[in-house]
Design a protein around this ligand. Sequence first.
Ligand SMILES: [Cu+2]
Length: 123
Amino acid sequence: MEQILILLGSIVMIGSIIWWFFAKPVDDAVDAISDGKLQTINITVSGGYSPNRIVLRQGVPAKLIFTRQDASSCFEEVVLPDFGVKAKLPVDIDYEINIQPDTAGNYHYTCGMHMFSGEIIVK
Ligand SMILES: [Cu+2]
């Protein structure tokens, strides 16, 4: 009996790990607000990045304003490898990251440990 429970528990655990990494539903992408010269978007950091997927217009300088509400060390750092950015986010203070999205494509950013990620869609 105990073995069956352990087996069932393992199956549920493996299932949820697979779901987390491969089948997690994707959020709708949110457009940055642009005045033609600058586009801005706020990203709240709390148990993840919200909105999790953002859309930037190609060629317009972008200001990503990260507000870290989550004090867990996981979110201390945010890394945007495609834009050469690695920054420490202060807690409860807006932190601006400026990038130049010149090339269309889908880019990912992560926490310092690659556990949480967000997507930047440039088009
Ligand atoms: Cu992390």
